[in-house]
Design a protein around this ligand. Structure first.
Ligand code: PEP
Ligand code: MG
Length: 587
């Protein structure tokens, strides 16, 4: 099929629909010099473009508000404020008076501002870089007469496939599931922000297509196959039939699996595996609680701040956490403190640091801004009154970070007490093990933490030095690399020696072959995306731990990821044959 564009499977499901192409990039601008007599007219043209961009933003905001909510749509208010900024107008008009065309004048000012904001020591300023970029694109598009394709324009029921380079916060809040049926992006990998978000929204997605936005014109129909990671352009009737049949088969398999989702996951040799869900949006909680999940193994709180102009206050956070906790009625809920920065928003739009993945993010950012961090900690202590909450810290590299957090937690408890506000005093505190430093030094934490949760998405990235979001490196991002397997094994051993719970909440746990390896490495708790809960439980019920141990040993002794995968694959296939449960999964 030469009309197939191959990417990476990010969120399962097969959908057919018209392409909604969005080239959300700063356009090239001609360097136009204008004569003196045209200056006034050019200034008027600039002002007119700003007025039109403002009108457009207002209507995008109104519509986003209706399906995403006022807090989320606030991002557009910020952009409207930028457009009204007096200094922006003075600077652009001054360039026009120096005989630059309106496009170039505006382009220069926005480039300067974006650079200045990106270098700012204040995170609140750096957050604005994404908004400036959006404004940059929007006004230039008006001046250059380029079409605008805001996803909010897609009518309900259109079943459109959004094809774009990357999903920015302002695009994310425009996603109306009644209009958009699937997402396809040039950038990203299975573990990048866009893939995680698509899975949470239950939208089929293919990422890492590299050049889909330049290969498509925007008037095509496509089949998006989120399970195998391809986009088929203008499919023939026969191809559509094939995909429809596959979609039906997938849905049947899923329905079969779902029927048994409530059963315990016990291996054939009687070992119980706890399967929990990863929850990224409070809206997902109720549905996830019916997936058969035995609690939440990871709630990613950074999605609460996507696209927001301001951080959610304590009350709003408390309500969001409480909603998840209550949905799971007493089952454990592990809530991770803000993991922003890197590929995680809101410090973005474009990277504001030369090495964002090694940069000022996650626990580092939180500890450096205790006033912001403590709002979250207080909300967590309060939400813990309503169930079994556990707090988890991301990107830990030293036990000092845990101790400093404990000190802040104690301060928060005092503050709540002074306010007469009810809260839970003893909330277990655990860490994500997702850096080689945390694995190799795991024994240094055992007296200070209640549990370890292995974040394989980052652990693979930092161990192999492979950027998890870079589509060009997708083939090199190999969680089954023997070095990674050995690090996981070591973490399990330290946990066992000190009677600490160890789980895995990275994407590895959601994939049958890798879940098999993890059980063989000694894991007894896995946290997976809610849709994979029934599948992972089914896999567990079909295998024995002794068999998994033998497979994992062989994989750890392999010299390469390919060889490790082979060792695991033939054994898993021996246990399941070509059973339907494995057919569509990533094997
Ligand atoms: C991980 O790193 O594996 C993880 C679960 O966290 P995130 O994907 O949010 O970085
Ligand atoms: Mg991580």
């Amino acid at each position: 099929m030469d009309r197939a564009i191959v990417g990476t499977s990010a969120s399962p499901g097969i959908v057919l629909g018209p392409v909604h192409l969005l080239r959300w990039e700063v356009p090239d601008v001609p360097h136009l010099i204008i004569p003196d007599e045209d200056v006034d007219r050019e200034i008027a043209r600039f002002q007119d473009a700003v007025a039109r961009a403002r009108e457009r933003l207002q209507s995008v905001k109104d519509r986003a508000e209706r399906h995403a909510g006022p807090e989320e749509a606030a991002i557009f208010e910020v952009q409207i404020t930028i457009l009204a900024d007096a200094e922006l107008h003075t600077r652009v008009e001054s360039y026009i008076r120096q005989n630059l065309g309106a496009e170039k004048a505006f382009d220069l000012v926005l480039l300067e501002w974006r650079q200045q904001f990106a270098k700012s020591p204040s995170p609140l300023m750096r957050v604005r870089v994404g908004d400036l970029t959006d404004v940059h694109i929007r006004v230039l598009s008006v001046l250059l007469g380029l079409p605008d394709h805001d996803p909010v324009d897609v009518p309900k029921g259109a079943n459109a496939i959004l094809v774009t380079h990357d999903l920015t916060p302002s695009l994310t809040v425009q996603l109306d599931r009644e209009a958009i049926a699937g997402i396809a992006t040039d950038s990203g990998t299975r573990t990048s922000h866009v893939a995680i978000l698509a899975r949470s929204l239950g939208l089929p997605a293919v990422v890492g297509l590299r050049d889909a936005t330049s290969r498509l014109r925007g008037d095509e129909y496509v089949v998006l196959d989120g399970s195998s990671g391809i986009l088929v352009v203008n499919p023939s009737a026969a191809e559509i039939d094939t995909f429809r049949n596959r979609a039906v088969a997938e849905a049947q398999t899923e329905a079969e699996l779902f029927k048994a989702a409530g059963q315990d996951a016990i291996t054939t040799d009687g070992v119980r595996i706890t399967v929990r869900a990863n929850v990224d949006l409070p809206d997902e909680a109720e549905q996830a609680s019916h997936s058969g999940a035995e609690g939440v193994g990871l709630m990613r709180t950074e999605f609460l701040v996507v696209g927001r102009a301001t951080m959610p206050d304590e009350e709003e956070q408390y309500r969001a956490y409480r909603r998840v906790v209550e949905a799971f009625g007493g089952r454990p809920v592990v809530i991770r403190t803000f993991d922003v920065g890197g590929d995680k928003l809101p410090v973005g739009g474009f990277p504001s640091e030369p090495n964002p993945f090694l940069g000022w993010r996650a626990i580092r950012m939180c500890l450096d801004q205790p006033e912001i961090f403590k709002v979250q900690l207080r909300a967590l202590l309060r939400a813990a009154l309503h169930g079994d909450v556990r707090i988890m810290l991301p990107l830990i590299i030293t036990v000092d970070e845990v101790r400093e957090t404990r000190r802040l937690l104690a301060e928060c408890a005092q503050e709540l007490e002074a306010r007469g506000c009810a809260f839970q005093h003893a909330v277990p505190l655990g860490i994500m093990v997702e850096t080689p430093a945390a694995v190799i030094g795991a024994d240094a934490y055992v007296d200070d933490v209640a549990f370890f949760s292995i974040g394989t998405n980052d652990l693979v990235q930092y161990t192999l030095a492979v950027d998890r979001g870079n589509a060009n490196l997708a083939g090199r991002f190999t969680p089954l690399h023997p070095s990674v397997l050995r690090l996981i094994r070591r973490t399990v051993e330290v946990g066992a020696e000190h009677d600490l719970d160890v789980s895995v909440c990275g994407e590895m746990a959601s994939q049958p072959l890798m879940a098999f390896a993890l059980i063989g490495l000694g894991l007894r708790t896995l946290s997976v995306n809610p849709r994979s809960v029934p599948l992972v439980k089914r896999i567990v019920r079909g295998l024995s731990v002794s068999f998994a141990v033998e497979a994992a040993e062989a994989a750890m002794q392999a010299r390469t990821a390919v060889e490790a995968e082979r060792q695991l694959k033939y054994r898993l296939l021996a246990a399941f044959g070509d059973a339907a449960v494995l057919r569509d999964s990533v094997l």
